[in-house]
Design a protein around this ligand. Structure first.
Ligand SMILES: Cc1cc2nc3c(=O)[nH]c(=O)nc-3n(C[C@H](O)[C@H](O)[C@H](O)COP(=O)(O)O)c2cc1C
Length: 395
């Protein structure tokens, strides 16, 4: 049967390469044969193709019988219809972009036999599997409107410095406030778990046994836990304008929260959800080294996209810039206490109302107004570290 030269040796482990026209034809026929059942009623016989493009030529045919469409290279004995054309004109015809009659009139397509036979091919290759749409739920659109207090909250600390970083100082306060408001809070430190890096094999989507690392690392237990929680707080430092790689890997491994299918009923396409729990929310808390909130802009957009794709509303974002400065500058001590207290308040407010009060958030996110002073102090700090090794690597 098929023996296209360009992809004859193509196997799963070989590097991907561009298919030859034979490979393209083979794929087309496979798709038609699988997803276009009506072809059985539309015609029996052989369509012979003589394709050319620039100075290259390909001869092949499609055989349609009662049950199947099959693809062959070479010349058939008695084709019902023959098409001679540039390969790209054929692609236009197959995609419904070139009308066969107009193609014949303009000499782009040269048919011999009945053109109507081409009804054997659909105008497009739509796949008729069940409706996959999964539109926004009312909860997704406005989770806070009819707020129900979350029973279980998970705070995922994605700082590579785990419970020894500044992230933890803030997250601990948030957790306390949440507990005071009646939620049960579990803190998870990603660096303490063994989570292998996603290898992009899609086994979690298509394999019968889930992810290839299930049972071999700690991810699956975390995944199950996260799926059951009412609220997930992601707390982590800004790394290179985004999230640290351990957290990004957590999200990569979480792709199984959705099906591979695609739904097109939202302004931006996404996959349908696979997790039953529909009233989960997420919160983003991040800290950074620079002293301005604007540093979090790319991260914020990234999380909005994640929330959309995972069907989990991002109900609140809290950003604390200049976190290191806050903790290492003795002149900021009062502010530090104030902000940590506000974090606790934010935790309670989040649980009780699904939002952080405007005043609380303003207090947490307040910026250092004197940028020159901020830079000067920070530079002294690093100069000290580099030249005098004061307090070693402890910061
Ligand atoms: C590899 C690395 C990249 C960083 N990238 C940024 C950045 O892009 N912008 C920023 O303002 N701070 C950046 N920082 C600073 C951290 O966000 C900051 O030190 C934070 O307080 C560290 O949190 P932790 O103590 O929980 O580890 C980076 C730090 C590291 C180690």
């Amino acid at each position: 049967m098929y023996n296209g030269l360009a992809d004859k040796k193509e196997t799963k482990i070989m590097p991907k390469k561009l298919k030859s026209p034979y490979g393209i034809m083979q794929s087309m026929v496979e798709i038609l044969d699988t997803y276009y059942p009506e072809h059985k009623e539309k015609g029996n016989g052989i369509i012979q193709f003589y394709f050319s493009h620039e100075d290259q030529y390909w001869t092949c045919y499609i055989k349609a019988d009662e049950r199947h469409l099959e693809f062959y290279t070479g010349k058939a004995d008695s084709p019902a219809v023959t098409l001679r054309c540039d390969f790209f004109h054929w692609l236009d015809l197959a995609a419904g972009k070139l009308n066969p009659v107009w193609g014949a009139v303009t000499q782009k397509l040269k048919f011999r036999g009945k053109i109507s036979f081409f009804k054997v091919l659909p105008r497009n290759f739509s796949i008729n599997i069940d409706d996959m749409d999964d539109p926004y739920t009312d909860f997704e659109k406005n989770a806070v409107k009819n707020w129900k207090q979350p029973q279980s909250v998970i705070i995922i600390n994605g700082s590579p410095r785990s419970d020894n970083g500044y992230t933890e100082q803030f997250a601990a306060q948030l957790a306390e406030g949440m507990e005071e408001a009646g939620a049960s809070v579990e803190k998870i430190y990603l660096p303490k778990l063994r989570i292998k890096t996603c290898i992009g094999c899609w086994n979690c989507w298509i394999g019968e046994n889930g992810c290839v690392f299930d049972g071999k690392d700690d991810f699956y237990d975390l995944y199950e836990k996260v799926n059951r929680a009412d609220m997930i707080v992601y707390a982590f430092p800004l790394y290179v304008d985004g999230m640290p790689s351990i957290l990004k890997n957590y999200f990569d491994r979480s792709v199984r929260r959705v099906y591979p299918y695609i739904c097109s009923d939202t302004p931006k396409m996404r996959h349908p959800r696979r997790i039953d729990k529909k009233n989960q929310t997420m919160v983003l808390f991040s800290i950074c080294g620079f002293g301005e909130r604007i540093q979090f802009r790319a991260l914020e957009s990234h999380f909005e996209a994640i929330a959309h794709n995972f069907h989990v509303p991002l109900i609140e974002t809290v950003f604390r810039s200049g976190a290191m400065f806050l903790f290492n500058n003795p002149f900021c001590y009062r502010l530090q206490i104030q902000i940590l207290e506000s974090m606790k308040k934010a935790g309670s407010e989040l649980v009780m109302t699904g939002k952080i009060g405007r005043k609380t958030k303003k207090r947490i996110e307040q910026e250092f107004t004197d940028k020159k002073e901020y830079a000067k102090m920070t530079n002294c700090f690093w100069f000290d570290k580099i030249t005098r090794k004061r307090n070693g690597n402890d910061y």
